[in-house]
Design a protein around this ligand. Structure first.
Ligand SMILES: [Fe+2]
Length: 281
């Protein structure tokens, strides 16, 4: 069986009008998140090897209303052309507006699991508690549901999608920005069939191991974040992850998209292979 191919997009922070938000620096072309998202998704859907599905790991809008979610929905529908997509909520999301503007149905639990090509996709809601630091939390009801769900093993195993990265002692310095009750999740994941965790929130790419499971964060399609000794800098580096998974392995690749990206040279793959063969006879 061919590997399952999927894409992780995160922190799209869609708004119709950034002028009303603290993110007003985004409201100018080409740093226009709705437009960037359109280009990124169109590009993904146009690839020869289309993904089997796309996951969005939260902060879909930037504290927007149902109209902003409706805009987000239009962008997804117009660009992904029927590629299945699954959505987690982040600390900037508003559940009521999400259900009204995006799902167009009454509120229901925002955590769920689906199976696609033998892979179980488990979407968690780590934005259950609003708090100023924006850290995440998963309550007992959801943890009990997850424990029950993972009691049954799946063909290709499972992936976990949530906004706030779980973290342990190694990342204690950034604990306020992580999943507050990471240790409770760690206990549940031990011995489970979870093959990888995909989260967002940090607007930075990272790879770590949590409960023995590889964890990937990806950057944002709205703005990148770079933190130095004194400041947090917002940048125009947009990234997302492309992933492949089969029975044996997992491969995750960071794709960078920048309006200022300069292609320095273009070499045909066929020519490149010939050159390599010449170098390594
Ligand atoms: Fe975000």
């Amino acid at each position: 069986m061919d590997a399952v191919r999927f894409v992780q997009i995160s922190d799209t922070h869609i708004l119709r009008d950034y002028g009303k938000a603290k993110l007003c620096f985004l409201d100018s072309s080409p740093h226009n998140p709705p437009q960037i998202l359109r280009v990124v998704l169109k590009n993904i859907a146009g690839k020869k090897d289309k993904p089997d599905f796309v996951i969005f790991s939260g902060d879909l809008v930037h504290e927007g209303d149902s109209e902003d979610y409706a805009l987000f929905r239009r962008i997804v529908d117009e660009t992904l052309a029927g590629i299945p997509a699954f959505f987690a909520l982040g600390n900037h999301d508003c559940k009521e507006a999400y259900y009204q503007g995006f799902l167009r149905e009454p509120a229901r639990p925002s955590y769920y699991s689906v199976e696609l090509r033998g892979l179980r996709i488990i979407v968690l809601d780590s934005a259950m508690e609003k708090n100023p630091a924006g850290s995440g939390f998963i309550d007992e009801t959801q943890l009990a549901w997850l424990r029950g769900e993972l009691g049954r093993k799946n063909g290709l195993g499972s992936i976990l999608v949530l906004h706030h990265p779980p973290c342990d002692e190694l990342k204690a310095g950034i604990l306020p920005y992580c999943l507050k009750n990471s240790l409770a999740l760690k206990d549940i994941l031990k011995g489970s069939d979870v093959r990888a965790i995909f989260s967002g929130h940090t607007h930075e790419n990272s790879v770590s191991i949590f409960a023995g499971v590889p964890q990937f964060t990806t950057g944002s399609t709205a703005f990148g974040v770079s933190i130095d000794e004194h400041d947090m800098c917002f940048t125009n580096q947009y990234t997302y992850n492309e992933a492949l998974i089969n029975g044996e392995g997992l491969y995750v690749h960071e794709e960078i998209f920048s309006a200022d990206l300069k292609i320095l040279a273009r070499v045909s793959l066929a020519d490149l292979m010939k050159t390599m063969e010449g170098v390594n006879p």
